[in-house]
Design a protein around this ligand. Structure first.
Ligand code: RIB
Ligand code: CA
Length: 311
């Protein structure tokens, strides 16, 4: 029985790779894609999500969600993703329609319509849509099977501030409510995604793929890479969001531990920090599987094989 998931996303080149990998994987049934404001404004993330779905050739509904965080002005990341949010490969305006209705209502409806404990939420952007769904319909919280999210950082520290990772920083109030919800959490923080670095060989493999998906991903990752190589001096771009899908498909590629993770919302310098009790120095109960290591070669072999299945 395929694992039912909803991908909540702010495309974003790495979001696009996560969406494509999920849509190429028969182990997963993507009930829908919900767009949220993050890397770029919602008006762009919803179009980008539709472009990626169109590229995949898979029929899956796309909804637009929240256009700003719960309680703060929106912070975007055009400096990383370009002004469109999907710079690096130009795709045509999508013919895939935007579904009527709000993404939050789709999340609520999906969790009520499917058996409790059978739908996994996969947020790979700010957690605004998820937190808003839990606020509007508290009954759905207990029905969520698990949340597998890209966000946070501990040993790796922040990427948008010295203390905070972007997805959590943009909407720390939403993140705090999701991390306190009691839903089983699997967290893919920068600690692990910064080890999921592309390489020139991998990009060349994708560029040579005899489909349209491979070259599109090569263009995106080529573009996306420049920010991190300039900033970190690393060779290769961290494929943050695809780590969530790879964990769902092959969890043994990853290592981490169940720990307590809390979100700082009041700190001046540390707002949006994921305070991860990796060493168990508090008696705060574990609420998350916090991943720290990945078999990089196994991850990229999986991504290559799945992306090769698409048109
Ligand atoms: O910090 C990395 C995260 O922020 C990724 O999800 C990327 O797409 C951006 O949203
Ligand atoms: Ca993202």
């Amino acid at each position: 029985m395929p694992q039912k998931i909803i991908i909540d996303t702010d495309p974003g080149q790495d979001d696009a790779v996560a969406i494509l990998t999920a849509l190429a994987s028969p182990e997963l049934q993507v009930l829908g894609i919900t767009a949220v404001a993050g890397n770029v404004p919602l008006a762009l993330t919803q179009v980008n999500a539709r472009k990626v779905v169109e590229l995949s050739g898979v029929d899956v509904p796309v909804y637009a969600g929240c256009d700003r965080p719960l309680a703060r002005p929106l912070v975007t990341a055009e400096h990383v993703h370009g002004k469109t949010g999907l710079d690096g490969t130009d795709l045509p305006e999508p013919s895939v329609p935007l579904q009527d209705g709000h993404a939050v209502d789709f999340i609520i409806r999906s969790l009520r319509d499917h058996d409790a404990g059978t739908v996994t939420l996969v947020p790979v952007g700010p957690l605004t849509n998820i937190a808003e769904a839990f606020r509007r319909a508290p009954d759905i919280v207990a029905r969520v099977q698990q949340i597998v999210l890209m966000g946070g950082a501990y040993f790796e520290v922040g990427n948008i501030t010295p203390a905070a990772e972007f997805n959590i920083f943009v909407d720390p109030e939403a993140a705090a409510e999701v991390f306190a919800s009691g839903v089983p959490l699997v967290v893919l923080p920068l600690d692990v995604t910064h080890k999921a670095l592309t390489s020139a060989d991998w990009i060349a493999t994708l560029r040579a793929m005899p489909n349209r998906t491979g070259p599109a991903v090569a263009g995106w990752t080529d573009f996306f890479e420049r920010f991190d190589t300039e900033k970190y001096g690393s060779s290769g771009a961290p494929l943050h969001d695809p780590c969530t899908i790879a964990w769902l498909l092959q969890p043994d590629l990853f290592q981490g531990r169940r720990i307590n993770v809390e979100i700082e919302t009041e700190g001046g310098l540390t707002t949006g920090m994921t305070v991860a009790d990796w060493w168990g120095v508090t008696d705060r109960p574990a609420n998350a599987l916090f991943l720290k290591d990945v078999d990089r070669d196994g991850l990229f072999a999986l991504l290559t094989e799945r992306l090769g299945r698409l048109p």
